[in-house]
Design a protein around this ligand. Sequence first.
Ligand code: ATP
Length: 248
Amino acid sequence: ASGNALLRVESLEARYGGAVRALGGVDLHVGAGEIVVLVGGNGAGKTTLLRAVSNLLPAQRGQVTGGRITYAGQDVGRSRTDALVRRGLVGVLEGRHCFRALTVEENLVTGGLGRGASRAELRTDLERVYTLFPRLRQKRAIAAGLVSGGEQQMAAIGRALMGRPKLLVLDEPSMGLAPKIVEEIYRSLTTLNREAGLTLLVAEQNVRLALRHAHRAVVLENGRSVLEGTAASLRSRDDVKTFYLGAG
Ligand code: ATP
């Protein structure tokens, strides 16, 4: 199954500021059409791995110091973030990424302009995003800085979708949001995956939630991938139950 992965990460190592080692050997792959979650506690390296994949480490004074990242069969270790976006690797990282003074709709449109979308394409894609996140349609004319945290997260994801990604990379979409909103967001993501074949790599601290929505999971500990398997197989493992799912 890993033979024709859309994304492949091999023996990846990364550091910040030349000193802090954040990743010390991560291996994972994401097949086309899969939902893969990256789980692990605080500081395990989830955000760093997603930054490396999107080439956002330099902005954090970090760098990849070993290993390889391949996307659609090509080594992308040195590809700029905007070039990756044009090739369909789009991330929602570093918070919710909304232009607070722009309306929700203007925020969405900026996601389509990046790939040079025509007016007709923008209209079609806006309609798709509003169908997926009906709350955004209601709030389309309101400044993004004035909508709820959950709606900002939906707008950030919607903006990424306007770039027509093949692989969407999300960092903790559930962070700080009410369970009902989190469910709504994950339901929309799984719908996109099922109906449009969108491939997803999602970092998630809430392991129970992650395993409920993903096909596969990769567990990071201290900057290393230590466990990998289908969501069902991980849910039934005693060590995963003990360390990540509470006593149950
Ligand atoms: P969290 O859920 O807390 O964000 P995480 O699994 O995403 O955890 P990372 O944020 O990737 O983990 O952190 C991995 C290691 O890298 C930690 O030791 C962290 O302190 C360090 N680190 C993360 N970001 C930076 C940065 N910008 N500069 C220096 N060190 C950093």
